[in-house]
Design a protein around this ligand. Structure first.
Ligand code: NAD
Length: 354
């Protein structure tokens, strides 16, 4: 297992160090894991005046998987756009051809009171949102701001999805559903958008190859409502780039804390980039108070999706759950009156539980 480790900025190095401890523990148990570190984001700019130094992209391309912390920091806010930390992230996703973004929204029984919804609505929640990551209105051309014949200015973007783009992400969705509860809801806006009508047609065609999976379709406005009304009705949600951007953030809040949410972005061969959903949290960087669990859970996803080691994925997830059961909490997930532990101590606790 060749893993490129890119800690990035802010709390990135602290949280990634805890995930690396977990990987080292697995290595001392006999797993053949190779890790190499490189810079990305502001750290890439500091080291090589580039948020994605060439050496970093090369390392990522030569590795089976990438573990990333987060990028961004106040000191980089005034750099010209191509030099800004988030460009490193966009470029590495593009450079690796990562088109399928997986974001689980799961509620741990111990954290059920952290959700913004009533416990009975979210207890046991386990949704997987699959968002297409490289197409849609975010990348469609032409786009821009133009002046019309009548002299009025107009902003415009173009939404499109090609058949191959829809097919490949639909296949990923059905394959994930096969490993879960075999239910997939494809979310679109087919009552208004031609792109969505086409999306629905192709997803329905691909579904014929997966007769065991129960496919449903839902309009995005209804999906946004159902996610806060009765979120447990969902298993896998498949959707395009813009709808997925919004729905995955909405779903993440059902779980209560951004510090618990892992993510995976996959290419056509299950090579992946794994990172927490949160950012670099510069407000708490260097204080040893960040929650490393989202990053550690991203390693579990890496074992499941890139290395096809469901056993190890479950071992890591069980270790995280045991740590929570022991009442151990970082500040972001502690209920009032609960003692809090630091980032390193949480990493050590997970390794011990492992
Ligand atoms: P953020 O996710 O970094 O932080 C939002 C809030 O959540 C902050 O109060 C932070 O302290 C808290 N938080 C985040 N992760 C936490 C953790 N693991 N444990 C405990 N608390 C945690 O979002 P932001 O403040 O909007 O952005 C900060 C920087 O991160 C910006 O430069 C932004 O561009 C960047 N960013 C990067 C990514 C990424 O690397 N994928 C994603 C989002 C934002």
């Amino acid at each position: 297992m060749k893993i490129a480790v890119l800690p990035g900025d802010g709390i990135g190095p602290e949280i990634v160090a805890q995930a690396v401890k977990v990987l080292e523990a697995l290595r001392s148990d006999g797993l053949k894991i190779e890790m190499e570190h490189a810079h990305i984001g502001g750290a890439g700019y500091d080291a090589a005046q580039d948020p994605l130094p060439e050496a970093t992209l090369k390392l990522a391309q030569e590795s089976d998987a990438v573990l990333l912390g987060a990028v961004g920091g106040y000191q980089y806010d005034n750099l010209p756009r191509p030099m800004r930390p988030e460009q490193g992230l966009l470029r590495i996703r593009k450079g690796l051809g990562l088109f399928a973004n997986l974001r689980p929204a799961m509620v741990y029984p111990e954290l059920v009171n952290s959700s913004s919804l009533k416990p009975e609505l979210v207890s046991g929640l386990d949704i997987m949102i699959l968002r297409e990551l490289t197409g849609d209105i975010y990348f469609g051309q032409p786009r821009g701001i133009r002046t019309l014949d009548n002299g009025e200015r107009q902003g415009f973007d173009t939404m499109h999805y090609s058949e191959s783009e829809i097919r490949r992400v639909a296949h990923v969705g059905f394959q994930i559903a096969m490993k879960r509860n075999k239910k997939m809801c494809s979310v679109d806006k087919a009552n208004v958008l031609d792109t969505s009508m086409f999306w629905r047609e192709i997803v329905t065609e691909v579904a014929k190859e997966y007769p065991e999976v129960e496919l449903s379709h839902m309009y995005v406005d209804n999906a946004a409502m159902q996610l806060v009304r009765a979120p447990k009705q969902f298993d896998v949600i498949l959707t395009g780039n813009i709808f997925g951007d919004i729905l995955s953030d909405e779903a993440s809040m059902l779980t209560g804390s951004i510090g618990m949410l892992p993510s995976a972005s996959l290419d056509a061969n299950n090579k992946g980039l794994y990172e927490p959903c949160h950012g670099s949290a510069p407000d708490i960087a260097g204080k040893d108070i960040a929650n490393p669990l989202a990053t550690i859970l991203s390693v579990a996803m890496m074992m499941r999706y890139t290395f096809a080691r469901e056993d190890i994925a479950q071992r890591i997830e069980t270790a995280v759950r045991k740590t929570l059961q022991q009442g151990l909490r970082t500040g972001d997930i502690a209920e009032a009156g609960m003692p809090k532990i630091g980032c390193k101590a949480m990493g050590d606790a997970v390794v011990a539980a492992l």
